[in-house]
Design a protein around this ligand. Sequence first.
Ligand SMILES: [Zn+2]
Ligand SMILES: [Zn+2]
Length: 210
Amino acid sequence: MLKIVTFTLGPAMTNAYLIADPETSEAAVIDPAWDGHLIVGEAEKNGWRIGNIWLTHAHFDHIGGAGAVADKSSPPPPVALHPQDYPLWRAQGGAPFFGVRIDPGPEPTIDLHHGQILHLGSNQLQVRYAPGHTPGHVVFYCQSEKVLFCGDVIFQGSIGRTDLPGGDFNTLIDSIREQVLSLPDETRLLSGHGPETTVGRERRYNPFLE
Ligand SMILES: [Zn+2]
Ligand SMILES: [Zn+2]
């Protein structure tokens, strides 16, 4: 089973997800958005050890808490990112463009790729490559829990913006059709911003997918 704690943090109200296998107390952070000390504090409260940081993409509002998570964890957890987003990561996820400063933490050392399986205790998360919002965006699918951590690919009633560097609208729509709408209707969508939704709900009501 997978425990999921959701935080909404930082200037862009970004969702960070602390996930854990309560049997083994192994935990990972998907998109340590901001205020990493809050995420580490929650893990400590539950007796979980953060062993990994998994990034859906490298925008500053999704990585801004990574430095603090790494600083407060020993050993600092390795950071995983798709290589196509490394240039964006090195540019601090566009933070200077938005006039903010972040501590992006340790350089990513784990390359994510489509089809890769990530392990968290007895849970498995499948990496699915879903570019369009950024060139190296991935989503994380846990089939046994029927949940997709989908970053900025799709939101309740909306989709990720494609006007930032490296964005492409048609590529994003293709990613949504192939990597999100191909999943069962009951699959929970935990997005990078806004409330939780499901594949079925977005299939029916998302105005961008008509
Ligand atoms: Zn983004
Ligand atoms: Zn975002």
